[in-house]
Design a protein around this ligand. Sequence first.
Ligand SMILES: [Fe+2]
Ligand SMILES: [Fe+2]
Length: 235
Amino acid sequence: MKFNTNTTLGDIVTAYPNAAEVFNTHHIDYCCNGGDTLGKAIDAINLEEDVIISELNDVVNRTVTADVTNWSDASMSDMVDYVVNRYHKRAYELIGEIQPLLSKIMRVHYASHGEELLHLHHLYSLLLMELDEHFAKEEASLFPQIKAFDLDKSDATLKASVITEVLEAESEHDAAGDLIKEIDAFTHHYVAPSDGCNSYKRTFLLMKELEEDTFRHIHMENSILFKHILDTYQS
Ligand SMILES: [Fe+2]
Ligand SMILES: [Fe+2]
């Protein structure tokens, strides 16, 4: 795939997953705004088009073709299984480690960083609630319906329900994405204070991983699985 400024961010990351590194570095939202063109995203930041294109070419040339899954050959059920086994599982692991660490550093560093940590704890709790409820909805309602629809595509009621819930899920991604961006900005891109202990640094490192993994997760859903469903079945 060749790309230019009219190519969407989602299509670029689908073809070249390493391109996400460039977008993350420049805080370009390729997941919730995966439908935006590269040109629109470049216009929104103070960087030359040539610089971004050259950085993208560098990572794209490093991309090993064998690592890129060709989702166009996969069934909707395969995509759902991949999302749950790869992304939901890792998010639960990260959240399970971040939660007690964040509580711990809030207590230990209350005297010097109480105000920031209270606000971070508040934002993270909101994100956790969003993700927890969203994952439950996908795993208990949307994904089983997608799998059932994959087996019987003639069921019009099921199709309508899948499309409704896909659109709801996309707007929930926007809400979670906005909270992640707020946390990213508030922590100055997860830089722990100079007097922060190892637990402080580890908390921020894990939060950064949760952010990057959630962006890849939303990209997989919005720009691959949900895009396939909406492009193929939404009338
Ligand atoms: Fe998900
Ligand atoms: Fe989702």
